[in-house]
Design a protein around this ligand. Structure first.
Ligand SMILES: [Zn+2]
Length: 106
């Protein structure tokens, strides 16, 4: 299936009206990808954070799992390594790849 069919969108952070410890948080774009789970059963969407965000800045939550991104559109996006929705962390167990905008289960 194609990533574009999973209602994908880029996830940003900060900007107008967002503060942390009383200080404004600068707007960031393309920190990660949100999409409907390819398993077709999950009611909540999924999120993966990029090691190399679209805006060229540093990743958010560098202490958590990050994916290497190639491509800057949903049609051309490739993420490595594979994606696992870890069952122990509330995931459904789906495991697969996003390669050149194509989503494959493994
Ligand atoms: Zn799922």
């Amino acid at each position: 299936m194609r990533l574009v069919d999973l209602n994908p969108y880029w996830v940003g952070h900060g900007g107008e009206g967002v503060t942390q410890d009383g200080k404004p948080v600068p707007r960031r774009e393309g920190l990660g990808l949100a999409y409907d789970c390819p398993c077709g059963k999950c009611e909540t969407g999924r999120f993966v954070a990029f090691r190399n965000p679209l805006d060229g800045g540093l990743p958010i939550h560098p202490d958590r799992a990050l994916w290497d991104r190639t491509g800057d559109t949903f049609e051309t996006l490739t993420l490595t390594p594979s994606i696992l929705h870890t069952p122990g962390k509330g995931g459904c167990g789906w495991h697969g790849y996003i390669t050149n905008g194509e989503v494959t289960s493994c």
